[in-house]
Design a protein around this ligand. Structure first.
Ligand SMILES: Nc1ncnc2c1ncn2[C@@H]1O[C@H](COP(=O)(O)OP(=O)(O)OP(=O)(O)O)[C@@H](O)[C@H]1O
Ligand SMILES: [Mg+2]
Length: 226
């Protein structure tokens, strides 16, 4: 069994690509880190912005998540879990899907677990649970535009809609704070360090709007198949 982690900031394309890969590999499992959020009333409140902080590691039950991944590695399977993700639109044409299916046909029985989430690479001990680490990212402007055109997120107790300026106040600063250690000059606009690339085996893809989702899926497949 191979575990493939897909991480990166909000709106970088993780859920879209992980869902497409899960569809292509018939024996694969798909785990969403978002399904391990704490209940709504336990999400930390940002002391300055006075709003729920859904973007910090403390909002997630990592103890439960890590146990789930370790159990999966030792038992080869996991219990069905409820997911809050909802339907994900595939965003591939019939032709594109058929081409991908052809390409993975000789690997389609492989046991692969796709794990996708915004906070998988903030801690090297978590990164080391996975065999392949794909990291999608994009510029502040691109991610802000994508995030702000999104309606909201299902939560355990309801539905979260970002208050005004949530991306610039919470989402981006938390991404920066928890991931700058992976970047040269501790600048998330720079390239990844040698440590991130060679020691942590993180494979980065800059997913701006001039990349097509098809290309991002193709690149991800290439990393997995190689
Ligand atoms: N290269 C791209 N060009 C245009 N739109 C894109 C591109 N990549 C992703 N998107 C769009 O951005 C939106 C966010 O993608 P997705 O939901 O997969 O992100 P995510 O990384 O799972 O975010 P979150 O962490 O908030 O769940 C989707 O509507 C997706 O279609
Ligand atoms: Mg997502």
């Amino acid at each position: 069994m191979k575990l493939v982690a897909i991480s990166g900031p909000s709106s970088s394309g993780k859920t879209t690509v992980a869902s497409a890969l899960h569809k292509l590999f018939k024996n694969s499992l798909l785990i969403h880190l978002d399904d391990f959020y704490l209940p709504d009333d336990q999400i930390p409140i940002d002391p300055v912005k006075k709003t729920e902080n859904w973007d910090c590691p403390e909002a997630v039950n990592f103890e439960k998540f890590i146990k789930c991944i370790k159990d999966l590695k030792s038992n080869g399977t996991i219990e069905e879990r409820p997911t809050y993700e909802g339907e994900v639109e595939l965003k591939l044409t019939e032709d594109e899907l058929a081409t991908f299916e052809q390409e993975v046909s000789q690997y389609s029985e492989e046991q692969i677990v796709f794990v996708e989430g915004f906070m998988l690479f903030h801690d090297p001990d978590i990164i080391k649970l996975f065999d392949i680490n794909l990291f999608f990212y994009a510029s502040y402007e691109t991610l802000k535009n994508r995030r702000e055109s999104r309606q909201g997120y299902n939560t355990i107790a309801g539905f979260w809609v970002d208050p005004p300026n949530y991306f610039s106040n919470i989402v981006w600063p938390e991404f920066e704070k928890n991931h700058k250690y992976l970047f040269n000059n501790e600048d998330v606009n720079d390239t990844l360090t040698k440590y991130a690339l060679d020691d942590l085996n993180i494979q980065p893809f800059k997913n701006e709007n001039d990349s097509k989702l098809k290309d991002l899926i193709q690149w991800s497949l290439d990393q997995i198949i190689n």
